[in-house]
Design a binder for this molecule. Structure first.
Ligand code: PEP
Ligand code: MN
Length: 265
């Protein structure tokens, strides 16, 4: 496989421009709300990122929701607004693309296309993202194996897009005490098998706010090249995933701990 270490030994460095990289040897910190909600909310998160030297912001404008009645996101208009505010502050945008028709319209406003867990094996979407010259982060499928995640990455890489990032975000197991089961085992295994950078998402991984920081640190110590977690000024008021979202004080503390732990690794 092209994404395997056997094919390419040198770790892949994903260059987002402006001296911002997702790569082995650096710790990428990505935070932001589950959903982009309003101009006021975007401004508050961007200010939080700037204050804490966080260079990449996450957020969904097209939201894959389990219920069709839940908030589905602000769509392209929300993305344009977010782009204006974030880019003025020098912050890169990580956001989910749900279908092929969105790739082109999102293109000017995106730095990393996120493929969500539910779309991890949407092979048409992966094929199309293989033709794009912007970074793609593929989340592991809800019940996806490590091998299946690598196969999904192979679709994009073999299509010609080598700016690829893998993300462990927890899998569905028999355990119901946590939202998902964050598979920390996947991190060293993915790092050993592939030259691609690996990011860990403790927010969706455990789904419980109070335990997100320790799982983030466990991810760092497991060898992850970056962390993506949800934050919001008032998590209780978040339109989605508030129960696993950190407030800004918690997020600031965690960002500091992540960097300290990475330096000690
Ligand atoms: C998200 O990042 O908010 C999200 C929907 O993630 P996942 O696809 O991992 O469930
Ligand atoms: Mn979410």
């Amino acid at each position: 496989k092209l994404v395997s270490k056997k094919w390419k030994a040198k770790p892949t460095s994903v260059d987002l421009g402006d001296n911002i990289f997702i790569k082995e040897g650096e710790m990428a910190v990505i935070t932001g709300p589950c959903s982009i909600e309003s101009e006021e909310q975007i401004r508050s998160v961007v200010a939080h990122c700037v204050e804490n030297d966080i260079k990449m912001m996450r957020g969904g404008v097209f939201k894959p929701r389990s219920s069709p009645y839940a908030f589905r996101g602000l769509g392209l208009d929300g993305l344009k607004l977010w782009y204006e505010i974030a880019h003025e502050a020098g912050i890169k945008i990580v956001t989910e693309v749900m279908q092929t028709s969105q790739i082109e319209e999102m293109y000017p406003y995106v730095d990393v296309y996120q493929v969500g867990a539910r779309n991890s094996q949407n092979f048409n979407l992966l094929d199309e993202l293989g033709k794009v010259d912007k970074a793609v982060m593929i989340k592991r499928g809800i019940s996806g194996t490590i091998e299946e995640l690598l196969q999904s990455a192979e679709y994009v890489f073999s299509g010609g897009n080598e700016k690829l990032i893998l993300c462990e975000r927890g899998i569905r197991t028999y355990e119901r005490a946590s939202r998902n089961t964050l598979d920390l085992n996947a991190i060293p295994i993915l790092k050993a098998k592939s030259h691609l950078p690996v990011i860990v998402d403790p927010s969706h991984g455990i789904g419980i706010r109070a335990y997100v920081p320790q799982m983030a640190l466990a991810g760092v110590m497991s060898g992850a090249d970056g962390i993506i977690y949800e934050s919001h000024e008032v998590p209780e008021k978040a339109y989605s995933d508030g129960q696993q979202t950190l407030d800004f004080a918690q997020s600031a503390r965690l960002a500091g701990w992540i960097r300290e732990s990475f330096a000690m690794r």
